[in-house]
Structures are given as C-alpha cells and as structure tokens.
Design a protein around this ligand. Structure first.
Ligand SMILES: [Zn+2]
Length: 352
C-alpha cells in the first residue's frame, strides 16, 4: 500500500532520517529522483521529503518502478532472508538480463523450494515475479535515461535507430535486425486504483495496456516487437495521452465506452474473438461458451479462452467481462482479484 496518511508519512520520514532499526520492513521508501527504494536504516544520503513515497511492501515499490538500493539492499535486509535466499537475490542482481532457473539455483547449492516459500510467505510474490519486475524496471530505467537520444532518433527520421541500443534489448536479448525498416512502439506508465500499468502505442493506436506485474508481459513485449517489426522506446504520443485520460475516467466511473484507436496484430481468429469481446457491454458478463457461439464456432470454447488470454489491451478490450459457467470467476492475466474488482466497479456504475 502507498502511504497517504500525512501523520504516518511524517513518522516514517523521521524514522528514515534517524535510521531506526525498528522500522525496517515496516516501510519501503521510494526515492522519486533516483527510482531507487530503501529501508529505514539506509546509510545513503537522505532524500528530501518531497521526493519520497512510502510503501508497505517491497512488491509495491517494485510494481511502481523502483529498483532495490545497492547500499541498504532492501530485498535482502528487510526480512532477514535466509542465506540461501540472499544468494538467490544476489544472483538476480549479478545477472539482471537472465532468468534464473531452478537448475541454476541448485547448481549454487540453493534450494528452489526454500526460495519459493520465502518469497511467497514474506512478500506474497513468486521468485519469478521478483526477477521479472527487476528486469523490467531495469529496462524501463534505461529507456528513461536514453530519453534524449530518443528525441535525436525522432529528429533524424528513425534512420539512425541502429545506433540506439538502449531499447528493450535487455528484455528481448536481441538488437533490432533491419533497423532501417523498424517501426516505433512508444511505452509509458500510468497509475490506477488497481496498481500501475504499462501502455504502449504506435502511430496507429494503442497496442498494449497491462498491469506491470502481468505474468506474460515480457512475452507480449517480444511478440509486439516481432509482429509490428518495431522497437519499444520510452515516449508519449496522442494515443498514449488519450489512453491515460480515458482510463482515468473509466476508474472514476465516468466512462463506459472507449474511443481510443487500437492496433491489435494477431491471427484472424484472435481478432474475431477480440472483436466479440468489444461487443460485451459495460457492466455485463458473458461465458466462454456464449462467446464461442457468437463467433459461429460453438465448439471452440478452449480456443476462445486462449485468445482471450492473449489480449494485450486489458480493460479496453474487456476480457474481464468473460466468466466461466455458472458465473464462476476464471483466470485473469491481471489476477482474479482485479477481475472481480472490475466487474463490481462496472456493476456499481452501470446504472448511472
Ligand atoms: Zn538504500
């Protein structure tokens, strides 16, 4: 949780200045100017009050784009991680580009089960999720720092993109091939009551809107870059600005239909399923079976479900409005709790 209570903020900030051991693990402080987060006892120079925000868990600090401080090592020290877990976290830090597998952990004498259990119990997240956030935050920060170069790229008419290696290379592991013909996907971040999201857009329209902790996010970035022969860089265009505005209105209960332009590269089947999703009205739900019947393929329930799962534009293409038989809540890429919240939100605002 982001702390908004001003008394608490005052107390926490004083604890940060005093390096109070008793507040370790109670709060995680994000420093906006550096995008780093710390625990109370950090020895680094203390940031100004106006530049900090406090979270109650490190998952939230990660979700909001902060990276663990190298001095106070919040992910290791906040909860007295056992030695094996500390080693695993160190591995992530030393290999920020790689996915650390169970095999690699075992090779280092670390039990994957111990690591998994510790992350789950201490922070309610998986070790994989921790690694993913670490990688994505690193890549996003790199994009941020490359911002000036990005402008140069635009000024020079995209031609010199091959020289701009600050792309999502860290995530995709490859540099762009035919950089001359490369398109651009802009990426930006927005906040919602359900947590921060990434939004991506091309010149044509919005091509991605996902919660930052969505499991298949890296795959989606890869797929998008491939499908659109494009490179992801940090930026904002009219579509992203419009998306931010419309999403805000949606969460305020003021918007029921989106006017955004979209770009949804995919198979014909996927696009027919996504189109069908757009036909489910605000505040209403439908089953996978109904959806399959609607596209004239009543037997393709599983394929429909899978195409729903491949939707990259959460909320706007409302895959959260599809539920299982007998109203059962079924899987949602952003998590079941968010799905429930969205359905509830739309029911409450539907009659307005
Ligand atoms: Zn620190």
């Amino acid at each position: 949780m982001l702390i908004t209570d001003s008394n608490k903020i005052e107390t926490y900030y004083q604890a940060l200045l005093d390096r109070k051991q008793s507040f370790v693990g109670i709060f995680f402080v994000g420093v906006k100017t550096t995008s780093i987060f710390c625990i109370a006892t950090c020895r680094a120079r203390k940031p100004k009050l106006k530049n900090v925000e406090f979270y109650t868990s490190f998952k939230e600090a990660l979700d909001n784009g902060y990276r663990p401080c190298k001095i106070c090592k919040p992910t290791e020290n906040a909860n007295q991680a056992p030695e094996q877990v500390e080693k695993a976290i160190l591995l992530v830090k030393e290999h920020p580009k790689d996915k650390i597998t169970d095999f690699q952990l075992r090779e280092k004498g670390i039990s994957p089960e111990v690591v998994r259990r510790w992350f789950k119990n201490s922070y309610g997240m998986t070790f994989q999720a921790y690694q993913r956030m670490y990688r994505i935050n690193n890549a996003f920060q790199e994009l941020k720092h490359g911002k000036n170069a990005t402008h140069t790229a635009f000024d020079s008419g995209y031609e010199s993109l091959s020289g701009f290696n600050y792309t999502f290379k860290k995530l995709v592991g490859k540099s762009p091939k035919n950089s001359k013909d490369k398109n651009i996907i802009l990426i930006n971040r927005l906040t919602t009551p359900l947590g921060p999201m990434f939004v991506c857009a091309t010149d044509t329209g919005v091509c991605l809107l996902e919660f930052v902790d969505r499991q298949k996010l890296e795959t989606e970035f890869k797929d998008l870059q491939k499908l659109l022969n494009a490179t992801i860089i940090l930026g904002e265009n009219v579509h992203i600005k419009q998306a931010k505005k419309e999403i805000k209105e949606y969460f305020e209960g003021e918007r029921k239909v989106f006017d955004l332009k979209l770009e949804t590269p995919g198979t014909d089947f996927q696009n027919s399923v996504w189109n069908c999703l757009n036909g489910i009205a605000y505040g209403k739900t439908q089953t996978y079976q109904q959806q399959a019947e609607k596209i004239g393929n009543p037997k393709a329930v599983r394929a429909v479900a899978s195409a729903n799962g491949c939707n990259r534009i959460a909320i706007i293409i409302p895959c959260h409005r599809v539920i299982g038989k007998n109203g059962k809540m079924t899987g949602y890429s952003g998590g079941i709790e968010r799905k429930k919240w969205l359905i509830e939100h739309e029911r409450n605002n539907g009659s307005k």
